[in-house]
Design a protein around this ligand. Structure first.
Ligand SMILES: [Zn+2]
Length: 270
């Protein structure tokens, strides 16, 4: 029963994320304040013909399949990004619920809720970075604020002072590390957005050990992606690859499976 709620919530919030990212990017193009699209209010529209969408056009995934990926009104193709993001959000919500490392009592549930909220922001950042090679401060900063408040809250009310301290330390270490890489490579290897993002990801990882595991996994994922892309595009040196989505995917892995990975690894060593 609870799983069903998670599935529906994931699909609907994924649908909301599509609209959120679209409006966020549209707003960066509009200079005058009066014409800005509201991020949270207002009806959803078709990105091509701007027709207001009805309830039948807004059912996550199903609408896209039934309309065969085309707008009902102007018949222009609708990007596969829309159903993919809805499915991805749903899958990540299910995985977070099923593989949540803590017991789902008071403390564990608060942690899961905080994580799911931040996870939505992380998915939005991944879409944004993939499409426009940018990690907007407007998303990164509120997430850092939100998660910091959560860490302070559990430190005070759940005596999780040690956990909060290690989390801030992890964030700081990643921030310093990435700032150094950013400066040394003169912003060629990573962007300024990545430097701010890794502070948040360090906080989420929970400890310096997990933070290093996170960077290791992200590097593997990024390299793997580049190797797959290489024969397809054949001009790797000129193809810019956003690093943000790989850092985020690595963070999700570490948050859900980090402890298992570490114990498996130490088991290998005997
Ligand atoms: Zn249309």
């Amino acid at each position: 029963m609870f799983l069903l709620i998670i599935i529906i919530l994931g699909l609907c919030l994924g649908s909301f994320l599509n609209a959120f990212v679209y409006r966020l990017h549209e707003n960066t193009k509009i200079k005058s304040r009066t014409r800005k699209l509201s991020i949270t209010r207002g009806r959803s529209i078709c990105p091509s013909c701007k027709h207001v969408l009805g309830p039948m056009d807004l059912v996550p995934v199903l609408s896209w399949i039934l309309l065969r990926g085309k707008c009902r009104y102007c018949h222009k193709p609708i990007s596969i990004q829309y159903p993919l993001v809805e499915l991805l959000t749903c899958v990540l919500f299910i995985a977070s619920y099923l593989y949540w490392p803590l017991q789902l009592n008071g403390f564990g549930i608060i942690g899961l809720i905080a994580w799911l909220i931040v996870l939505l922001g992380l998915i939005a950042l991944s879409i944004y970075d993939f499409r426009w090679m940018e990690l907007p401060n407007k998303v990164v900063f509120p997430l850092i604020y939100l998660y910091s408040v959560y860490l302070v809250y559990i430190a005070i009310f759940y005596h999780a002072f040690h956990h909060a301290l290690l989390s801030f330390l992890a964030g700081l270490i990643l921030f310093v590390l990435f700032y150094a890489i950013f400066q040394l490579s003169q912003a060629k290897w990573i962007g300024g957005g990545d430097v701010k993002l890794v502070f948040l990801l360090g906080l989420l990882s929970g400890s310096p050990v997990m933070a290093f595991l996170l960077v290791f996994i992200a590097s593997l994922l990024g390299t793997g992606y580049a190797l797959i892309l290489y024969p397809m595009k054949g001009k790797l040196m000129h193809t810019k690859i956003p690093f943000g989505p790989f850092l985020i995917l690595a963070t999700i892995t570490v948050v859900l499976f980090g402890a298992k990975l570490l114990s498996w690894y130490s088991g290998l060593l005997g």
